[in-house]
Design a protein around this ligand. Sequence first.
Ligand code: ASP
Length: 397
Amino acid sequence: MKAWSRRKFFLTTLAGGMAASAQKLFGATVRSVNATAPSEDEGAPEPVPAQANAARGTRPLIVCAANGFQHLDKGMDILKKGGDTLDAVLAIVVEVENDPNDNSVGYGGLPNEEGEVELDAQVMHGPTRRAGAVGALKKIKNASLVAKCVMEKTDHIFIVGDGATRFAIAEGFAPMDLLTPKSREAWLRWKAKSSPFWAPGIDSPNWSYPAAENHDSPEKQELEEWFRHVVAHPPTGTINCLAVDAKGDISGTTTTSGMAWKIPGRVGDSPIIGAGNYVDNEVGAAGSTGRGEENIRVCGAHTVVEMMRKGMPPADACLEALQRISHNFKGDKTRLTEFAIQFYALNKDGVHGGATLWGPAPGTTANYAIHDGASAKQMPFKALFDYASKPTPKTPQ
Ligand code: ASP
């Protein structure tokens, strides 16, 4: 790639050019230290300039979405015993896939419009530079492990739909119903909202106006509130998990049940290499949760890793990906209130960062989770936009 190196591609595609000492991308500034990095044209691999990061890193390190917080110790134990980074991240996300109370991942994930849970997942193993992925996988709860199996046992990278389910069963994964009573009820409520024929008829003793529902306990009230919310606002969820070990080897995975009530066969960003997750063992790793359609359009995780390659600290690289999403909407903040999206990143030095589109409402927090070898911790996201600048959404929230 001499004549058209990544560096040249990067420079030529950013219209307007960049000053050598303080290069401005769409939203973030590339640190000047990077200007001294040797180029590929000179035949040297491009190192991550450790001094580019104000914060000092720590290895081993695990970064993940907040829903993995309580399982981080499992992954760190593996890393401390010298285990593989992919095994570490999978040990964490498998717990979330198995959890019936996480309605965005694996068993208990909210289903598609036909009431079938369809899972998307991918893995990337930095040291061997391999990847595996599954999309719209049905009936198998541990999509991340099936993705690893695609990576290890096939000559393919991405298997989808019924083929993915058949592949998993052939490899010994047990098929099961992925709906829980709660997720099935949520789907039936959503059906009833869309069609009067999916609720008891006017001749039934169970017929009622929605407003006349009897909430007999606080737990029931809370459940009813949750049903109302997920029916009106199809939730997203997902877990992305990234790890760097003491030697600097890196892996990442993302696994999800995707967007609730989606059209069957819809695949989000999570299993797409470079969108929902990306690892370059010489640079770092990044991943995303939130509205996949927006992430796919900016190849978010790959963008974050490429920014880190140029010397950006992980959090700023995450903000750059969010800035590109904003740019796709010409910065229209009213439209940008209609969805949520987050990026997570770590670099080879063990510096981490995370960013979200909107800052949290006053009195609330928006965090990602890390384990730095000492303990699991919640870390506040950086936000592209302050909550104070958020217009009132046009659709009721
Ligand atoms: N990114 C996932 C998707 O679009 C959903 C999510 O993260 O909430 O399928």
